[in-house]
Design a protein around this ligand. Sequence first.
Ligand code: MG
Length: 458
Amino acid sequence: MISKKSSLMVGVSGIRGIVGETLTPEVISCFGAAFGTYMNSGRVVVGRDTRVSGPMIKHLILGSLTAAGCEVIDLGIVTTPTCSLMAKEFKAAGAVIITGSHNPVEWNALKFLKTGGLFLNEKEGLRLLEIYNNGVFKQARWDGLRTEREDSSGAEKHLKKILANIDVKLIRKKRFKVTLDSCNGAGSLITQLLLKELGCQVIPINCKPDGLFPHNPEPISANLQELCKKVKTTGSDAGFAQDPDADRLAIIDSNGRYIGEEYSVALAADYLLKNTNNATVVVNMSTSMALDDIAKKHKARLVRTKVGEVHVAERMIAEKALIGGEGNGGVMWPQIHPVRDSLAGISLTLQNMAENNKTITELAAALPAYYIVKEKISCNPKNVKTVMTEIKKFYSNEKVETIDGITITGDKTRISVRPSNTEPIFRIFAESDSLKKSEDIAQNIKKIMTGILKKLAD
Ligand code: MG
């Protein structure tokens, strides 16, 4: 879905834009009022990451929710998983998280959660958008206004929950040396606290929660070179990187090697499945085939969903899954809560290392190696359906799934073509057991799609 303002991205669970350009005070206030209306004047918790635009947006959101008659609890700077946990803790009707997540500093976003701390799903997101577009919002009278208060116990409660679910004693014994890069985001302080509780010697880089990002905040290899070097020069056992709202995790091994975001959920799943029979794992369609192999190895069932955290979360609950997540570093451990949580991912990684007495390099080497090549191709939205039909025809002799876009699975190969929800493009994922093969597959599908698009243009 794309709103009338072309670069304000309106997705299933929230809106994203550039502050002062598309994410204007008017848009923020109206979405706050729409969400307050949707919440039917219930209790709403509000959290934000460290971005410099955070306080301005927070005040607009607190005001508009209060005006709509909501009781508002301001959590201050918290990670996205902390905010979700607190929504549940306070039995809130919902939550607003103000975070541009992995996007550069000029962006910010509103993410909307419902009761239980889960993101709005497609149907709920459309209902909120309908209220926003109608422009008729609830307005409390002076005697119907409810309270607004601050609560700073989020980090403590989040840590308590994690520590209660892991073997703290075992990890403490190892005295791991860990370098942490929180990109000066919401994970900066809470993650240092977690690591200290786990007896780690922490070397923090970019852990000042001032929202001035020292590098592009997406936790991908190109942006984490400083961390990789630091891990090596300090002789750390591990390096951990988070995006500014700390829901995504990337891991660096003791050689200073970025092992890839796909491994965050793969390592966690491999570890937890080892000790459980007949478990279920839920991941989205873009997550590596390594998860299929890991599930098979442990006789577990793997379920794939559409891309979008809420799809994975809802399915995890329905399937009573043991573990799940997204290949972009999103570890979802429902024992804590069914949302992406880098702190849960860090804890599971350290416990895995401690319990098996292995380094990250050894643990990662034991997992199946796959290579994902990502590409995109522009496409006029009116042609999306035709392009999909033509691709399906082209691959009619292969195993084709249409859970989200089109996925064609072969022997250790997978192609996924998916129209973006926010941009007029198709996203292409090509995966296989060799980088060269994946690159060839990606170029081949791109060529096929270019041919289809050219025919449509003629
Ligand atoms: Mg994020």
